[in-house]
Design a binder for this molecule. Structure first.
Ligand code: NOJ
Length: 528
C-alpha cells in the first residue's frame, strides 16, 4: 500500500506568537510565519502544526478558545491565515492547526449563555452538577493548580466539569448539538484550506460514572463520526491526535483505520531520555515491544519535546522519580507530572547527546515532530510561569530581541539571554553560516530521512549489540536501512549482520564490525 503523505512526513510544531513579529507589536503573527517560510523550506519540514490561533483570553495559551471561527487579533486575520496556507502550499509545506474538541474558554459565548440561564439551549452544551462528587475516578491533570475537576459557578448555581484549568469548561458530548457544532468547526477550517488537525485531548470527550472518564466507547464512536465527516470534505486531511495513553489504549484511537490517522507516541518519548540517562536501550525495546501494530494508513507521531512539560505520566512512579532526579534536579524545573525544560538544556547542551536523540527520533518507526527552536538548541526560562519558559521568542539573530521583533518593541516574553543559550550565541543566522552547526546537522538528517521512505514504514528489527547501543534495521520495499546509536559516553563496538553497509551521510562502506564513538550514531543501507 503506498504511503499517505503524513506517514513519512517531518512535522514542525510552531507557536505563532513566538515565531516572528511582522507588525512590531511584540507578538508573533501569521504574516510573520509567512515571512519565515523560506527558513522552514530550507530546513525541509513537510508540515507545520500551529498551536491554537483562535480568539482566546489566553489562560492556557489559546487552548481556551472563545471563538472557533476566528483568529486572535494578535495573530492577524482569517485572510492572513488563508494567505499563509496558500504560501505554505506553494512551497510544498502543509499546515495543520490545533483543534480543541474537549472544552472551550469560560469566555466563550456558549458558556456565558449557559451559566446565565438554566433554560438556555446552551446550558446543556456543558456538564453541570449539583454536587462535586460525581466521576470521582477521573484523575486531575493540572495537578499543580487544580484540586478538583468540578468548579462551583456562582452565576449558574451549579458545579461545572473541566479536565484542565477551571477556565476551560468541558463540552457535553452527550448533547448532539455539541457534536454538530464541532463538525461545523472542522468544516470551516478545512474549507479554508488546512490539511488537517492536531486533535487536542481526545480521551476526555465523554464522562461515565464508575470509569476514569477516559477512552470511553462513546468517545471513539464520536471520533469515528468526526473522521468520516472530515474525510468527506478532504480525503487527504490528517487527524493527528493527542491521546496521552499507554500503547494498548492508544491503539483504539486508530480504530480499524477509520478513526485517527496518527497519534503521538507519548510512552516512547520519556524512554528515549531514560535510555540515554541509563546508557541502556532496554526501555525503548520494551515499549516498542508493547506497541501494537497499526491499521494500514496510520502512523505514530514521535517527538522529543513539545510546548508542554516533558510528561512523565506514561512511566512508573520509580522511573518518574529517577527522571526527575536526573533531568530536573531543581524543583522549579518540575511541573505537574513532568519537566518544563527544552531539549538542549535537558541534555547539558551536549552536542553528542542532542544529535543522538535526534538520530533515534529520525530512524525509529514513526513520523518525527520537531519543536520550534530545538533545531538550533534553544534554551528555556524555568522562572516564567506555567509552560511559558518553553515558549520564548525564536532566536533569529544576535540583534536586540533576537531579531524576533523590532529593537524598540517589548516582546510578549523575554528572549533567552543567558551566557550559554542566549540569543547572541544561539541563533539561526549564526548557525546558517556555519556548515557544522546543529541546524545544518538537523537539516541533513531531515533530508536523509525523507530520501529513504523505508524510515516511514512500520516495525524494526533489533540487532544484537551491547546494551548501551540501540542498533536496528528498518525494512522497506526497496531497501534495508541500519541505524546504530551509542547511548553511552564510551566507544562501543557493534558486530554487524553479514553484508556491507553504505553510510547514508557520505557513502562510506562498513562491514564486519563498527565502533561507535561516545554518543555516536551511524545510518546506512544494505548494499550487498
Ligand atoms: C494539551 C495541550 O498540549 C496543552 O498545552 C493544553 O494545556 C491542554 N491540552 C488543554 O487543552
Amino acid at each position: 500500500m503506498p504511503q499517505s503523505w503524513y506517514q513519512n512526513a517531518v512535522f514542525y510544531e510552531l507557536y505563532v506568537r513566538a515565531f516572528y513579529d511582522s507588525n512590531r507589536d511584540g507578538h508573533g503573527d501569521l504574516r510573520g510565519v509567512m515571512q519565515k517560510l523560506d527558513y522552514l523550506q530550507f530546513l525541509g519540514v513537510d508540515c507545520i502544526w500551529l498551536l491554537p490561533i483562535y480568539p482566546s483570553p489566553l489562560k492556557d495559551d489559546g487552548y481556551d478558545i472563545a471563538d472557533f471561527y476566528g483568529v486572535h487579533p494578535d495573530y492577524g486575520t482569517l485572510e492572513d491565515f488563508r494567505e499563509l496556507v496558500e504560501a505554505a502550499h506553494a512551497r510544498g509545506i502543509r499546515v495543520i492547526t490545533d483543534l480543541v474538541l474537549n472544552h472551550t474558554s469560560d469566555q466563550h459565548p456558549w458558556f456565558q449563555a449557559a451559566r446565565a440561564d438554566r433554560n438556555s439551549p446552551y446550558r446543556d452544551y456543558y456538564v453541570w452538577s449539583d454536587t462535586d462528587q460525581r466521576y470521582k475516578d477521573a484523575r486531575i491533570i493540572f495537578l499543580d493548580v487544580e484540586k478538583s475537576n468540578w468548579t462551583w459557578d456562582e452565576q449558574a448555581g451549579q458545579y461545572y466539569w473541566h479536565r484542565f484549568y477551571s477556565s476551560q469548561p468541558d463540552l457535553n458530548y452527550d448533547n448532539p448539538a455539541v457534536q454538530e457544532e464541532m463538525l461545523n468547526v472542522a468544516r470551516f477550517w478545512l474549507e479554508l484550506g488546512v490539511d488537517g488537525f492536531r486533535v487536542d485531548a481526545p480521551p476526555y470527550l465523554f464522562e461515565r460514572e464508575g470509569t476514569n472518564c477516559e477512552n470511553l466507547p462513546e468517545t471513539h464512536a464520536f471520533l469515528k463520526t468526526f473522521r468520516a465527516f472530515v474525510e468527506q470534505i478532504n480525503p487527504e486531511a490528517l487527524l493527528l491526535s493527542e491521546a496521552n495513553q499507554w500503547p494498548e489504549d492508544v491503539r483504539a484511537y486508530f480504530g480499524d483505520g477509520d478513526e485517527m490517522h496518527m497519534n503521538f507516541h507519548f510512552p516512547l518519548m520519556p524512554r528515549l531520555f531514560q535510555a540515554l540517562a541509563q546508557k541502556d536501550r532496554t526501555p525503548i525495546v520494551e515499549i516498542l515491544a508493547r506497541t501494537p501494530d497499526l491499521p494500514p494508513g496510520c502512523q505514530w507521531a514521535t517527538f522529543l519535546r513539545c510546548h508542554d512539560e516533558l510528561t512523565l505520566e506514561m512511566v512508573s512512579p520509580e522511573v518518574r522519580q529517577f527522571m526527575w532526579d536526573f533531568y530536573a534536579p531543581e524543583p522549579r524545573m518540575r511541573l505537574n507530572l513532568g519537566i518544563r525544560r527544552r531539549l538542549a538544556p535537558l541534555l547539558d547542551n551536549d552536542r553528542g547527546k542532542i544529535e543522538l536523540l535526534y538520530s533515534l527520533l529520525f530512524t525509529l518507526p514513526g513520523a518525527p515532530t520537531l519543536y520550534y527552536g530545538d533545531e538550533i538548541g534553544m534554551g528555556d526560562n524555568i522562572w516564567l510561569p506555567d509552560r511559558d519558559g518553553l515558549r520564548t521568542p525564536m532566536q533569529w539573530d544576535d540583534s536586540p530581541h533576537a531579531g524576533f521583533t523590532a529593537a524598540d518593541v517589548t516582546p510578549y516574553a523575554p528572549v533567552i539571554d543567558d551566557p550559554v543559550f542566549g540569543y547572541r550565541q544561539v541563533n539561526v543566522a549564526r548557525q546558517m553560516a556555519d556548515p557544522h552547526s546543529l541546524l545544518h546537522t538537523i537539516r541533513d538528517m531531515i533530508r536523509i530521512r525523507k530520501a529513504h521512505p523505508a524510515f516511514g514504514e512500520p516495525g524494526l528489527t533489533w540487532l544484537p549489540a551491547p546494551h548501551e547501543v540501540a542498533a536496528f534495521l528498518r525494512e522497506g520495499a526497496d531497501e534495508t536501512l541500519i541505524s546504530l546509536n551509542n547511548l553511552s559516553d564510551r566507544p562501543q563496538r557493534v558486530q554487524l549482520p553479514s553484508g556491507r553497509f553504505a553510510s547514508l551521510f557520505d557513502g562510506s562502506l562498513i562491514d564486519g564490525a563498527y565502533t561507535l564513538p561516545p554518543y555516536g550514531h551511524w545510518w546506512g543501507k544494505v548494499v550487498a
